[in-house]
Structures are given as structure tokens and as C-alpha cells.
Design a protein around this ligand. Structure first.
Ligand SMILES: Cc1ncc(COP(=O)(O)O)c(C=O)c1O
Length: 429
């Protein structure tokens, strides 16, 4: 019998067989959205064929839909390390966060403060910045543009008793920096502020543990970890119980339903549950070492999820080191933006290419079937602080468990061909 490997995992992704311009597609756009394994597609189709109904009535498909939703909440409870009634489903992270900001605003008064960060995606800035219309003061924790990390002294200085909410970033979708959210949450808890963590980028790179973090709220999006386009919010039960969100009289008042308006995206939720099960199965088949090291058994789904994410991260970090080394040592004209060596990071690598606009680099690579992003990726403030807004931002390569070293070699070879790249691109004056 062959030892199971990540190559077996790759085989589970139908989209990886696609070609573009005759090239096999190298999907290096993971931070923008992941490819999905067949079981996620099957779960969505199975829902639509065998369960498709609204909830709240007696016939078979309605009952089956309710059970599916409950099962998905239990799966996500294992994903977050919380209880099922702390799992809230929604359209996407941004919509959930808007609703959360409006809900927490009802607990605040004029002159209260919200702290956001310069490293965050706009989805964890805009919903809070809009509260200034209601007399709430919003301040930002500064980014150190050299190390691409948050300035903890600035955080300490800005955190005070008037701060009612701290909106934090677990990992940067722009440059891959992982922030010490545990420490930042501990500091915020001392002042009594609610803590909200954007874990959208982090969620595919390491296990989430809301109990360890002691976060009040944490958000992620299933399409960033092998699932379909839905968002998921963790809300601490004893906090949810105190809140008074906008509500319809048709709506159940208790957690978690109080934060869910209208009919949910049932098939998306079925697919999201299957995405987490996919991670758990990778943990069961490939995560033996991690389970052993932590003294945990693969008899609990939570342990399998943690092991699966550790296996993925270990693989990605190896490829990330290779890419960073090759880019910095062997490709001319590259400037890498990201945390210093040794600082916790995800396998997301961003850079500029001297004299060629990032969009043109991405177009050139795209023509060779190498799909990467260019621009600000909605981490607009970060790109402004890096001084790159008027130069088209960054080129971003995301490494996922289904990417391979040979895909990175194709990328490096294309980047190394400066002549074709420049001929393809429009040069910056
Ligand atoms: C770090 C981060 N936060 C938030 C979002 C927004 O998520 P959604 O598209 O689910 O609203 C994204 C999407 O790119 C992201 O990368």
C-alpha cells in the first residue's frame, strides 16, 4: 500500500485538471479564494437534489434541511473550538461584520471608541469606520511598513477605557503577516472592550481556537478554505445573549439565530461543512505525527481538523521558504514585502517587479496559466502605508496544499524571463 500523500489530495480537486492557453492552470490565487475538492461539489449537489427545502415545517426535505444545518453548526463548532450555538452563518464575512458593527454600535454611546488596524482588509475597517456617522470615534493601530507588522506600542497607547471594540486581523491577506492576536485580545480584555478577529486569511493556514484566544467574535469565509462562498461568524454565547441586534418578529431571538436574517444559503452551508470534513480527513490520513506530538487521538473531529491544518501549513511553509529564497536570490528586480524571517507568517508572498506594473506581471503570468493576483486585494490601507498605491500595489502569490514545487518553478521561470515580461508589460516611468 502506498503511503498517503498530499498528491492524493490534489487528485480530489477536479478544477486542477483544467488548462488555459494550453498550460495546466497553476492556481496561486488562494488568498483570493480556494479551489474545492469533489466532495464539496457533491455535498452542494446532494443538498439540492435530496434536501432542497425551507426550514420550519414538517415534511421530509424540510426536516432534512434542519438536520443538515444543525450538523454544519456542529462541524464549525469543532472548527472554531466552540459550541454549535455560537456558530452564525451569513452571506460572507463583510456582510456579517457590517451586521456585527451595527449590533455592537447599539451598545455604545457618543464618544466611545473603536480601534481598527492598518493591516486589515477593508472588510474589518469599513464597517467600523462607518460608525463615525453615529458619533463613535475610530482610531487605527499603526503598521510598521518596514517589518509589515503592527506597532504594539501604538496599540498599547491607543487602547483605553473608552475603547469599546477592538477589531483585529489574525493574518494579513496582503503580505501574510500573522499578528499576535492572543496578546492583543488579552490587552483588550483588560480594558473591557469587545474583541472582533478577522480570521479570513488565517483560517486555511492554522487551527482556530476561540477558547484559547478568548475572542468575543471571529469571522471567516468558507471560500478561503476549500468551500463555497459563504461567511461564518463565531460569537461568544454569553456576549450574544446580552446583545440586541436588529430583528424581525419572525426571527428566533436566542443565539445563534438572532444574528441570521432571512433564509440561509443552505447548499453553501452544506458545502462549507464538507470543506471542513475534507480538512479533518486530511488530518486523519496525513496528520499522524501531529496527533502523536500533541498526545491527541484521531477519534475526535476537532483533533483531526487541527492535525489537517498543521499538515497543510507544514507543507506550505516549505514551499514558501523555497519561493522566498528563489525570488530574493535568483530573480532580478524583485522587492519582497512581508514580515521578517522568523516572524509568524502564512504562505502568502507579495512583491513588486522593478519597472513593470503589477497588473501587467499578473496578466503576463496569467497568459501562461499561472494565476496570481495584483493590486491591493482590499488591504487598501496596508498598500497605502507601503507607499505602493500609485504604483499598482503588489503581486501576490498564495500557496495552498494543492500547489506544487513545479508550479512555483513555472512561476520563477516566467519571472526570470525579464525580457518577455517587460515586452508584455507597460513600464512605470
Ligand atoms: C483578510 C480578509 N478579510 C476579509 C475578507 C472579506 O471576506 P468576504 O469576501 O467573505 O466578505 C477577505 C477577502 O478577501 C480577506 O482576505
Amino acid at each position: 500500500m502506498n503511503t498517503p500523500s498530499l498528491e492524493d489530495i490534489r487528485q480530489q480537486f477536479p478544477s486542477l485538471k483544467r488548462k488555459f492557453n494550453g498550460y495546466p492552470i497553476a492556481y496561486l490565487d488562494g488568498p483570493g479564494g480556494y479551489q474545492v475538492p469533489a466532495r464539496v461539489i457533491d455535498a452542494i449537489a446532494d443538498y439540492l437534489v435530496n434536501m432542497n427545502a425551507n426550514v420550519g415545517t414538517e415534511f421530509d426535505t424540510a426536516q432534512r434541511t434542519s438536520s443538515m444545518l444543525q450538523n454544519a453548526r456542529e462541524i464549525f463548532a469543532d472548527f472554531f473550538n466552540c459550541t454549535w450555538d455560537e456558530v452564525i452563518f451569513g452571506a460572507n464575512m463583510t456582510t456579517l461584520n457590517f451586521f456585527l458593527a451595527q449590533t455592537l454600535c447599539r451598545e455604545m454611546k457618543t464618544g466611545d471608541r473603536v480601534l481598527i488596524t492598518e493591516i486589515d482588509h477593508e472588510a474589518n475597517r469599513g464597517p467600523w469606520l462607518q460608525l463615525t456617522d453615529r458619533g463613535i470615534l475610530v482610531d487605527e493601530v499603526a503598521l510598521d511598513p518596514v517589518s509589515c507588522t503592527l506597532d504594539m506600542t501604538d496599540y498599547q497607547r491607543k487602547l483605553d477605557r473608552k475603547t469599546k471594540v477592538v477589531a483585529l486581523n489574525y493574518a494579513s491577506n496582503g503580505v501574510g503577516t500573522i499578528s499576535d492576536v492572543k496578546k492583543m485580545i488579552d490587552m483588550a480584555r483588560d480594558t473591557g472592550a469587545y474583541t472582533v478577529v478577522d480570521a479570513v486569511h488565517y483560517a486555511s493556514h492554522g487551527p482556530l481556537d476561540v477558547q484559547e484566544l478568548k475572542a468575543d467574535f471571529l469571522l471567516c469565509s468558507a471560500y478561503k478554505f476549500f468551500g463555497p462562498h459563504i461567511g461564518v461568524l463565531y460569537g461568544r454565547k454569553n456576549v450574544l445573549e446580552k446583545l440586541n441586534p436588529l430583528n424581525l418578529r419572525t426571527q428566533s431571538k436566542g443565539p445563534p439565530y438572532m444574528m441570521e436574517t432571512g433564509t440561509l444559503h443552505h447548499e453553501g452551508i452544506a458545502g462549507a461543512g464538507a470543506a471542513v470534513e475534507f480538512i479533518a480527513d486530511a488530518g486523519a490520513t496525513l496528520g499522524g505525527d501531529f496527533l502523536e506530538q500533541s498526545g491527541k487521538k484521531n477519534d475526535s473531529r476537532r483533533n483531526r481538523i487541527v492535525a489537517g491544518l498543521r499538515v497543510f501549513d507544514q507543507y506550505e511553509q516549505g514551499l514558501c521558504r523555497y519561493l522566498l529564497e528563489e525570488l530574493s536570490q535568483n530573480i532580478k528586480g524583485i522587492t519582497i514585502y512581508g514580515p521578517p524571517a522568523g516572524h509568524p507568517r502564512t504562505s502568502t508572498v507579495s512583491f513588486t517587479y522593478q519597472g513593470v506594473h503589477p497588473e501587467q506581471v499578473a496578466k503576463y503570468l496569467g497568459s501562461k496559466g499561472i494565476f496570481v493576483w495584483a493590486g491591493h486585494f482590499y488591504a487598501i490601507r496596508l498598500v497605502e502605508r507601503l507607499g505602493l498605491s500609485d504604483q499598482g500595489g503588489l503581486i501576490r502569490v498564495g500557496i495552498t496544499p494543492y500547489n506544487t514545487k513545479s508550479e512555483l518553478d513555472r512561476l520563477l521561470e516566467a519571472l526570470d524571463d525579464g525580457k518577455s515580461l517587460k515586452a508584455y508589460g507597460q513600464t512605470i516611468e
